[in-house]
Design a protein around this ligand. Structure first.
Ligand code: NAI
Length: 246
């Protein structure tokens, strides 16, 4: 059994999830890297953590699958013995204007982003309740606060995550579990790499700090909310967006 705090990060094979996994390992957590298909990328993150002296395990699972998430947490608890931190980071986009949006594209984004977050909370909280402690951090977005043309499905999923965060925070507070959300603005990852120069320039005009953020900026906020020091903070949405939403 592991003595360290145990943290599971979903979608941690790249981007923001990767930065969070590295940052939590630096804080001394045993990290479980969840990923869906990108085994090679996940192996790279694992090697990076091990090279820095950290302890890590990989666990492939599609967060949109309720049963698979159940099996993942059961396995983790059987092999490692505990779960202290859950970071619901996995997320996808399938952008399009509302009037042209296919039903399946709306459903898929909600299934991964919002239901995936519910699935993991539902299964992790059972163990955290037993332990009478836990930290859950959910990845929202500035788009869930402000909306964004062309992202009705994504905005709905991220606004849903904010509601879910607050409801779960109220339900789990009495069990020593905090539930918070982080709402990034534009962060340099594969998700934003596809944006055209014109869209990037337009976005930067709305960012008071004048640039896109880095995955490490988000990881820092997550690490704080996941730490023991953040024990009196729950149900909050911490924006990491260069001042976009204020
Ligand atoms: P990314 O596309 O680079 O990485 C997403 C990760 O989630 C990947 O590792 C992917 O394999 C994983 N994933 C996707 N579907 C999954 C599933 N069904 N099960 C398990 N894993 C799955 O995205 P990025 O930029 O790192 O985003 C991470 C989170 O931050 C997402 O929730 C995203 O919505 C959110 N976010 C990102 C922003 C940005 O500007 N990059 C802004 C605001 C929020």
């Amino acid at each position: 059994m592991i003595e360290k705090r145990v943290a599971l990060v979903t979608g941690a094979s790249r981007g923001i999830g990767r930065a969070i996994a590295l940052r939590l390992a630096e804080d001394g957590c045993f990290v479980i890297i969840n990923y869906r298909g990108a085994k090679e990328k996940a192996e790279e993150v694992k090697a990076e953590i091990e090279n820095r002296g950290g302890e890590v395990m990989l666990y492939p699972c599609d967060v949109a699958d309720f049963e698979a998430c159940g099996a993942m947490f059961q396995d983790v608890i059987q092999t490692i013995g505990r779960i202290d931190v859950l970071v619901n980071n996995a997320g996808i986009v399938k952008d399009g204007l509302l009037m042209a949006m296919k039903e399946e594209d709306f459903s898929k984004v909600v299934d991964v982003n919002l239901k995936g977050t519910f699935h993991c909370i539902r299964h992790a909280a059972r163990q955290m309740i037993r332990q009478r402690s836990g930290r859950i951090v959910n990845m929202a977005s500035v788009v869930g606060i402000q909306g964004n043309a062309g992202q009705a499905n994504y905005a709905a999923s991220k606004a849903g995550i904010i509601g879910l965060t607050k409801a779960a925070a109220r339900e789990l507070a009495g069990r020593g579990i905090t539930v918070n959300a982080v709402a990034p603005g534009f962060i340099e990852t594969d998700m934003t790499a596809a944006l055209s120069e014109k869209v990037r320039a337009g976005a930067i005009e709305h960012i008071p700090l004048g640039s896109f953020g880095q995955p490490e900026d988000v990881a820092e906020a997550v690490a704080f909310l996941a730490s023991e020091k953040a024990g009196y903070i729950t149900g909050q949405v911490l924006s990491v967006d260069g001042g976009m939403a204020m």
